[in-house]
Design a protein around this ligand. Sequence first.
Ligand code: ZN
Ligand code: ZN
Length: 318
Amino acid sequence: MKRLSPAETLAEAMERRPALRPMLEAFAPLMEARGSLPERLAEAVAQSGFRLPDWDDARAQAGEPLLASAELSALALPMQEAASSLLPVLTAARGMAEHAPALTAFFQHGDVLRASRALLDADADSLEALAAEAGLPPAVLAFALENVLGAVVRAAVLCQWPASPDRHYGPEDTPAPWDERPASWMQGFCPVCGSAPSVSYLEEKIFDEKNAFASGGGGRKHLHCGLCGTEWHFRRGTCPACGKEEEGTLEMLREATGARGERVEWCTHCKSYCTGADLRERDTRPDMDAFPLCLMHLDMAASERGLTPLYPAFWNQF
Ligand SMILES: [Zn+2]
Ligand SMILES: [Zn+2]
């Protein structure tokens, strides 16, 4: 199955859904910049001496993501490097230009690490206070920080488990622990950073004798982290938000024709939803960071039904 780049993913969606074009065009430069950044940052992260804590099955089973107990101070320089790459494209997006000077100042001299910790801990009060100090609306600071921190965290994951986000492990690679022992991570949030998934997918049929993690008849469900892009296996009938798993918990919304596997899965119990696709109904595999933007029509349908997105983002707030 051909893997699409972020730009190809957005271009395909624009072709099929011209109504989404203005929005997708506006965010295409950011998606492209983010797509290539983690690999370029890997060296800066390796030199910083930062390491994600070792995987501990007991902590994982208790639902503790790796970054919950990580000391972030070594990430100061990689964060600065990521910010200098991303801020020019971030501030080119609609409504962001006026915040460019304050954002630049914040990533140069502000308390970026404390803000990152607040973001990871979903500590809205601290984030709001830091935004006020920086002269930024909290949503603008959070948006910039998510992009910068997300790229750095993905670079850190790549350093420790090469190829882990898309799981194309070579024979020399060590698979990430959540791939090697999926039963040790059963949560609906990211095993690395603790963020919610921005998209889910059922994998395509793959026959790859050399890669046990990407083989089989397809249909296994994976969640893709909205912040750092880590992917992990998740039980199909269970709600990632509230954990309920009785039959009938998850319902599906999809277009009557031409959906190409695209759907909303929503929870009848807690009314949260996640968009996604069944890749067995497609002939290309979208870039999973860019893909949620291409499913905005489904976010609108979910919003009309009063459902809440699992991963609140600029493309699903109406
Ligand atoms: Zn994550
Ligand atoms: Zn639920």
